[in-house]
Design a protein around this ligand. Sequence first.
Ligand SMILES: Nc1ncnc2c1ncn2[C@@H]1O[C@H](COP(=O)(O)OP(=O)(O)O)[C@@H](O)[C@H]1O
Ligand SMILES: [Mg+2]
Length: 356
Amino acid sequence: MPFINDRLMEQAESRPPPVTPGARVSRFQFEPDQVMARLSARIVGQDPVLADLEAMLTRIKADISDPERPLAVYLFVGPTGVGKTETARLLAEALHGRADALCRVDMNTLAQEHYAAALTGAPPGYVGSKEGHTLLDEERLRGTFRKPGVVLFDEIEKADARVIRALMNVLDHGRLPLSAGTRELDFRNSLIFMTSNLGAREAQARLSLYRGGWRRWLGLRPGEVERIPEQAVFEHFDPEFINRIDRIHYFQPLAPQRAEALLDIELDRLADRLQGRDVHLSWQPAARARLCAGQDIRYGARDLRRRLRNELEPKVAAAMFGHPGTRQFLVRASGGTLEVVPVMDTEPHDALRHTT
Ligand SMILES: Nc1ncnc2c1ncn2[C@@H]1O[C@H](COP(=O)(O)OP(=O)(O)O)[C@@H](O)[C@H]1O
Ligand SMILES: [Mg+2]
């Protein structure tokens, strides 16, 4: 009886979970350690950030936070491609079990003053002002009774001062009145993340200066480079704004030793996508080494993604069309480049399996 079963399922979702004697009950249904296990498998080199996020999730699950404020307000600062946006996206995904659970606002699009309306809806008198349409996806930002919503204001240093003022209200009271005046957005069940790359360029420049020129003999003072983004943040934003942030995390540039771990993550992703096409890759160690060696870690993981897309994926695609009946391919290094060759079904797969 599918109908009855559906009704029972619905009821089970809205009922509080069964009380185990001795266990503490919470309206929230997520396990901080399980959520963070998903993130640890996908984000490398930012362990202090992940540890702190787990502590934050545990605090939220206890449901003891001020009900008139957002559940959490974080600022992630750091160079490009080190996992700031990805951390927020993965957290939303792990909490809600959906890849598109994050409510992301690209502050670049709000850079000019008249675009500020896009956040709060058009000002009274303008077309669309009655509806109070906004860039923000209300359902995603609000979350549910059992799960917090996750909002990301990306690259916040680009936002106009008016937008920052509107945000202060959000950080303070968890509410954003829409210009139409009839409605407000409610952030009191939201985790709010903001990102910025303030100071990243200067920090990188200082590092290269001391690594390259005669100054390398002088050496850097301890903490000198790390302080550059900190100073940039405190110079750019008003103290009133900074005061409303629970915690600022400075993401570390990815060290070259992380190349291997990043490659594993990206190849896992590619394997997932290929699986959907019923195609499987095995890897010669030399081919993996080639991809690792050439990574330009200055652009974080973005460089690796670009190289997979430009150097590997076209060859996989050509091999797929060239050998429509084949499901298994081998990636090998040949001369200076990568080669994707079919593995015939008559060949023993097991011989290759250990190379993947
Ligand atoms: N620390 C990291 N661990 C694993 N993958 C990462 C990391 N940093 C970046 N990436 C990868 O690079 C891509 C760009 O990262 P992103 O988080 O958007 O960078 P940004 O710090 O500029 O916001 C992501 O999609 C992700 O796959
Ligand atoms: Mg980003």
